[in-house]
Design a protein around this ligand. Sequence first.
Ligand code: AMP
Ligand code: FE
Ligand code: FE
Ligand code: ZN
Length: 278
Amino acid sequence: MIDLHSHTNESDGACSPAQLIHEAVRARVDVLGVTDHDTFSGYDQALAAAAEAGVELVCGIELSTQLHGQSVHLLGYFPGLDGCRNGLDAFREWVLDQQASRRERNVRLAARLRELGFDVTLEEAEARGKGVTGRPHFAQILVEKGYVADIRQAFHKYLDESAAGYVYRREPPFGEGVEEIRRAGGIASLAHPVRVNGNLVALMPELCDAGLNAIEAYHSDHGPRETELYLGLARKYGMLVTGGSDFHGAVKPEVMLGTGHGGNLRIPDDLMRKLRAG
Ligand code: AMP
Ligand code: FE
Ligand code: FE
Ligand code: ZN
């Protein structure tokens, strides 16, 4: 089984890189894409365990970008690069800039939450998030301290773009994200397209012009009709197709590695061959 979208605790997943490989073996996933937010650290650390377990790792990353005022997630895949190290130095440098903008936002987010009366510090959040602390870590703290019932409520009341505690984060323009991935030899795939607000069909020519060359047609948030729609768009624009569960482990327990939400994810076995062939 193939799953090209997963997170470790180097970003906002619950599993360590080694635990993620353990989960992959248990779920019979033999081709696994590690796509942490703004870091390759989880991928790097999973390599040894994957080799030992016979799991083929695909080097990936998930970036947050700005497109017409909304935050759009972009996946970068580097299947051709051995261990993802060679040839990626410049891109890795660029990724460090994204981590810096995240940290700068987190300083302001912690201050904002304290302003709202919550006992939440930057240090507490960073203790959970390591290099790429994000809003999910702040959400976990709000849940654990009893300020909200669950992660959903934490986002809805305080962390969502329209909520009371939201603070702005500088994100690279969509086109820059695509360009950086492509320049590094990667495949740039539109992550969970169902979450793009507005008319994606109308946006496609612009995304295509920006250099986007893949679309995540298979995702645990997609029903069969959505998957069909995105497969059709990929065909129309000559783009590759990617797919994955977006596994985050126990912090998002309803999503299973490989099979998604209640078994709704069925990623075809030949998808990887097509990705490699470009
Ligand atoms: P950040 O990258 O720190 O701005 O946080 C964004 C991440 O928070 C996304 O990648 C999601 O994993 C998570 N997220 C965003 N909105 C929600 C929500 N409403 N409920 C749960 N998780 C969310
Ligand atoms: Fe996430
Ligand atoms: Fe995402
Ligand atoms: Zn993701």
